[in-house]
Design a protein around this ligand. Structure first.
Ligand code: C2R
Length: 170
């Protein structure tokens, strides 16, 4: 499995995986958010289609390695999040990456329409979806980490202040 992020932690709590290095411009927003909150994470390319044995190994090892969630981004026929969810009970957060021909609607439908019994929590297409998947993972970790909960509250407060300070060119 190839490694993309220089911030890979030796004991990651959150795994960020993507089907191709071409997904990095989107998925970097998940990694940046995890880094902002100081959450130990790793980022890797793991493709269900191109590296099926690696995908199975990653999914099988996710729980034993201590991962609390996997954020999985893919575009087009985005089977990666669903196949991870099929092989692990570690929560999978799916991020549809915008595709060249169908703008990510194909990715969204591929990820969100899971059969009953094998859930993937599906986020919005693109950069905001990647960032929100990370924020969701942070929220889950914050339930058992008061320091992280305080940082999340501060993030929300800063966001509120930034929205209140918005002005219009009129
Ligand atoms: N959807 C998947 C999977 C998978 O689901 O296993 N593996 C690669 N891909 C996607 O193919 C698109 C094009 O990949 P390339 O740019 O490498 O040709 C990417 O958005 C990737 O997520």
């Amino acid at each position: 499995m190839s490694t993309l992020s220089p911030s890979n932690s030796p004991n990651p709590l959150i795994g960020v995986v993507m089907g191709s290095s071409s997904d990095w411009s989107t998925m970097q927003h998940a990694v940046q958010m995890l880094a902002h909150f100081g959450v130990a994470h790793e980022a890797r390319v793991v493709s269900a289609h191109r590296m099926p044995d690696d995908l199975f190994a990653y999914a099988e090892q996710a729980g034993p390695r201590g991962l609390q969630a996997i954020i999985a981004g893919a575009g087009g026929a985005a089977h990666l999040p669903g196949m991870l969810a099929a092989k692990t009970t570690v929560p999978v957060l799916g991020v549809p990456v915008a595709s060249r021909h169908l703008q990510g609607v194909d990715s969204l439908h591929s990820i969100v329409q899971m059969p009953k019994g094998v859930p993937v929590a599906t986020f919005a297409i693109g950069d905001a979806g990647a960032a929100n998947a990370a924020l969701f993972a942070v929220s889950q970790l914050a339930l058992h980490d008061p320091g992280l909960a305080a940082r999340l509250q501060a993030f929300r407060a800063a966001q509120t202040e930034a929205a209140r300070a918005m002005t219009l060119p009129v």
